[in-house]
Design a protein around this ligand. Structure first.
Ligand SMILES: [Zn+2]
Length: 666
C-alpha cells in the first residue's frame, strides 16, 4: 500500500482513465496489476515519451506464458548487455590497468570512457524500462525483507524491476556528479605539511617533506606513531589538527602551505624560515594569517546534499538520499543498521579491550587511542625471507596462475571444483597493486590482476593476490552456478570482501609455513573489534548529519558546521568519553568520506560484522571451499536473506562479539 501511495504522490498525471480503459480491455481480474503497472510507468513518464495510454494498451501483458517468456528475454538480453559493456570497458582500460609497456597519451582518456554511462536512460528512451515497469512489480525494502516465501524467479523479477526504480534526468545526475567531483578535489588537495605543524611547546616534531592528506594520512601517521619514541606528543598534535579541521578553526593559510608555521594549540601562524621550506612547495599559497577557513568543508557537504535532494522526486520508492543509501544501497533498514552499530558501541567488552590497551601503552587512554594499532602482531617470519620464498615460487603471473588449482585444494576445494574454478579465472600482470575484475556474462571470465616485479612476485603482491583470488572465486560461483543471472553477484561489496579476507588469512599456510599461532589470531580479533568500535561511531555521526540537513533545508554552512560539531561531540561523550576521556572533542567528524562519499561510512562497520559471521560459519565446518561455494551461489538477494542461507541467522554482531569475548579470555 505504501508503495502505491508514494507512486501516486510522485506522478502528477491522473492515470484513472487509462486504468479504466485497460481494465475494460483485459478484465476486472487484472485491475490490481493494471493499477500498479500504469502508476509505476506514469511516475517516471515524461511528456516527450509520447502517448502513455497507447503505450500501456499495446504493452500490457496478461498471458502467464508471455509474461514468463518476456521476463526470460530480459534476463538473457541484460546478461549480454551487461557482460559485453563490461568487456568493452575492460578492454579499453587494458593499457592503463596492465603492465604491458609505456602508455600512450590517449590511454587515460580511453580508461575514463564508460560505455554503460547512459544505459538506463537509453533503456527508458527505447521504452524497455517502461515495459518492465508496466508488467513487473517494483518492491519496497519492507516487501523484500518480508519475502520469506518468494521463489527465486520472484527475486530475479524484483531485481529486474529494481533497475528502473529511478529515472534521474541527465541534468540532475550531472549536478550530482559535479558536486561530488568538487568535494573530491577539495579533499584531494587538503594536505598538511607536517614539518610546519608545531607541538604545543612550539617544537618541530615531524621531518621535512612529510605531507599528509586529511584524514587518511593524518590517521595513518597517528597509528604509525605508536611504534615511536615520543610518539604521544605527535599524536596529540595530530588530534589537535583534526579537531581544528572539523570546527573549521584551522587557518585557511596553513592548508597545503609549507611556507608558514602553525601551532594548532595556540592557533598561531608565522612565516616559516626560508631554510625550512620544502623545494616542492605549491606555487600559489596564502600569506601568514590566522583567518579561519571559511566553512568550505561544510559548503561542499551541503552542495552534495542539495544535488542529491534534486534527485528525490525521480526515485518514488526511496524519496531521500538517506532512503536510497539504506533501502536501495545497503538493503537494510536504517533503524536496524543503527541497532547493529549500537550493539558494538555499547558492548560491555569495550572497557575490557580498553583495559588491555592500557596495559600495552602503560598509561591512561586518551582520544588518540581511538586509532590504537598495537594489537597487530609482528610476523614470525621476516618480510625479506617471505619475499625470497614467494619470488622463487612465482617468477611470473603465469606461474601464479598455474598454481591456482593447488591453492584452491589447499583451501578445501575438491580437485574437480579447483580445476573448474581455475579454468574460469584469468590472471593478468597488473600495473597497480592488484585487483579482481568480475565478469557479467557466461562465456566471459573474471580476471585476477596481480603485481609481479621484474625479479618476481614479492610477499605483499602474493598476499594481495590470494585476497583477489577470493573475490574471483565468489565471482565465478555467483555468475556460472546461479539459477538467475539477474541475481548474479553478492548483496553488497562487504560480502565479497569478507570472502576475500577468509582467503587472505590463509596465505602463509598456503605457502607451507604453518597456521598463524593462537596469540596472533587473538590480537587480530581484538584489533578488528577496536576498528569496528571506532568506525561505528563515525558512521552514526554521518547518518545524523544527513538527517539534520534534510530537517534544516535553509541552513547556512556555518549552521551545518555547528550542528556537525554538536553531533560529533554528543556521540563522543555518549560512547567514547567514558573509555578515552577527551570530553567534548569533535574528532568523530574528521572522516573525509563524510564530505566526498556521502552516506557510505556505515558500510565499513557492517563489513566487519559480515566478515566475522562468514568466518565463524566457515570455521564451524572446517571446510572453506565447499562453504564458500554454497554461500556464493545464492546471489544478490538482501543481506539478511543471504546471511540466513549462509549461516542460519540474519546479519548480526554476535560472531564479532563472541570472537572478541573468546580472545579476551585467552
Ligand atoms: Zn578486496
Amino acid at each position: 500500500m505504501l508503495l502505491l501511495t508514494l507512486v501516486l504522490a510522485a506522478g502528477p498525471m491522473n492515470t484513472k482513465p487509462i486504468e479504466d480503459e485497460l481494465v475494460k480491455k483485459f478484465g476486472e481480474a487484472q485491475r490490481v496489476r493494471v493499477e500498479r503497472g500504469v502508476r509505476q510507468v506514469a511516475a517516471l513518464w515524461r511528456k516527450d515519451d509520447g502517448d502513455l495510454a497507447a503505450f500501456a494498451k499495446d504493452n500490457f501483458l496478461v498471458e502467464p506464458k508471455e509474461l514468463d517468456d518476456t521476463f526470460a528475454r530480459f534476463e538473457a538480453n541484460f546478461e549480454q548487455l551487461d557482460g559485453h559493456l563490461l568487456e568493452i570497458g575492460r578492454e579499453l582500460q587494458k593499457p592503463t590497468a596492465l603492465d604491458l609497456g609505456p602508455l600512450l597519451k590517449v590511454d587515460p582518456y580511453f580508461a575514463e570512457f564508460d560505455p554503460s554511462a547512459h544505459l538506463i536512460e537509453d533503456l527508458f528512451n527505447t521504452k524497455l524500462g517502461f515495459v518492465v515497469l508496466l508488467n513487473y512489480p517494483l518492491t519496497t525494502l519492507e516487501q523484500r525483507l518480508a519475502a520469506k516465501d518468494w521463489s527465486r524467479a520472484q527475486w530475479a523479477q524484483a531485481r529486474l524491476a529494481g533497475r528502473f526504480a529511478r529515472r534521474v534526468p541527465a541534468e540532475v545526475q550531472q549536478q550530482i556528479t559535479s558536486a561530488q567531483a568538487a568535494a573530491d578535489l577539495y579533499i584531494a588537495e587538503y594536505n598538511l605539511w607536517m614539518h610546519h605543524v608545531l607541538s604545543e611547546k612550539g617544537e618541530r616534531l615531524f621531518p621535512r617533506g612529510k605531507r599528509l592528506i586529511s584524514h587518511w594520512n593524518l590517521r595513518d601517521e597517528l597509528k604509525a606513531n605508536y611504534a615511536d619514541q615520543g610518539g604521544l606528543e605527535k599524536q596529540r598534535t595530530l588530534i589537535k589538527v583534526m579537531e581544528r579541521i572539523v570546527t573549521q578553526s584551522i587557518p585557511a593559510a596553513v592548508i597545503n602551505n609549507p611556507t608558514v608555521d602553525w601551532n594548532p594549540f595556540a592557533n598561531t601562524v608565522v612565516a616559516a624560515a626560508a631554510g625550512t621550506i620544502e623545494d616542492d612547495a605549491p606555487k600559489k599559497v596564502l600569506p601568514p594569517s590566522t583567518k579561519p577557513e571559511p566553512e568550505v568543508r561544510y559548503k561542499k557537504l551541503q552542495a552534495n546534499w542539495a544535488s542529491q535532494k534534486k534527485a528525490d522526486p525521480f526515485s518514488p520508492t526511496a524519496p531521500t538520499a538517506i532512503d536510497r543509501a539504506f533501502s536501495l544501497g545497503a538493503e537494510m533498514p536504517e533503524a536496524r543498521v543503527k541497532e547493529l552499530l549500537e550493539s558494538v558501541l555499547e558492548s560491555p567488552l569495550v572497557p575490557q579491550v580498553a583495559a588491555q590497551i592500557e596495559k600495552k601503552t602503560g598509561r591512561k587512554l586518551e582520544p588518540t587511542d581511538l586509532w590504537f594499532n598495537g594489537f597487530l602482531p609482528r610476523g614470525a617470519i621476516a618480510e625479506p625471507e617471505l619475499d625470497a620464498k614467494v619470488r622463487a615460487k612465482y617468477p611470473s603471473a603465469q606461474a601464479f596462475a598455474k598454481d591456482i588449482p593447488r591453492i584452491l585444494q589447499g583451501l578445501g576445494f575438491p580437485a574437480d571444483r579447483a580445476k573448474y574454478l581455475s579454468e574460469r579465472i584469468l590472471v593478468d600482470p597488473s600495473r597497480g597493486a592488484g585487483h579482481a575484475l568480475q565478469a557479467a556474462r557466461r562465456g566471459d571470465f573474471p580476471h585476477l590482476r596481480t603485481r609481479v616485479e621484474k625479479e618476481g612476485m614479492n610477499y605483499k603482491g602474493y598476499n594481495i593476490a590470494v585476497h583477489e583470488l577470493g573475490h574471483n572465486v565468489e565471482q565465478v560461483f555467483s555468475l556460472y552456478d546461479i539459477d538467475h543471472t539477474l541475481l548474479a553477484g553478492v548483496p553488497n561489496t562487504a560480502f565479497t570482501e569478507a570472502i576475500a579476507f577468509v582467503f587472505q588469512a590463509k596465505d602463509l599456510e598456503l605457502l607451507g609455513l604453518g597456521k598463524p599461532d593462537a596469540e596472533s589470531e587473538r590480537l587480530r580479533v581484538l584489533n578488528d573489534f577496536w576498528m569496528t568500535w571506532e568506525i561505528a561511531g563515525v558512521a552514526l555521526v554521518d547518518i545524523e548529519v544527513w538527517h539534520w540537513m534534510y530537517d534544516h533545508p535553509k541552513a547556512t554552512p556555518a549552521q551545518l558546521r555547528d550542528a556537525t560539531v554538536e553531533i560529533s561531540k554528543r556521540t563522543w561523550n555518549k560512547y567514547y568519553a567514558p573509555v578515552l576521556g577527551g570530553k567534548d572533542t569533535p574528532l568523530l567528524g574528521i572522516y573525509s568520506h563524510m564530505i566526498s562519499y556521502p552516506m557510505y561510512l556505515f558500510n565499513y562497520p557492517l563489513g566487519h560484522l559480515i566478515a566475522f559471521q562468514i568466518e565463524e560459519q566457515v570455521k564451524k565446518t572446517g571446510k572453506i571451499g565447499p562453504e564458500i561455494e554454497r554461500m556464493a551461489k545464492f546471489g544478490a538477494v538482501t543481506p539478511d536473506a543471504w546471511m540466513v542461507n549462509a549461516s542460519g541467522e540474519p546479519v548480526s554482531s554476535g560472531p564479532l562479539l563472541r570472537a572478541t569475548e573468546a580472545a579476551l579470555k585467552k
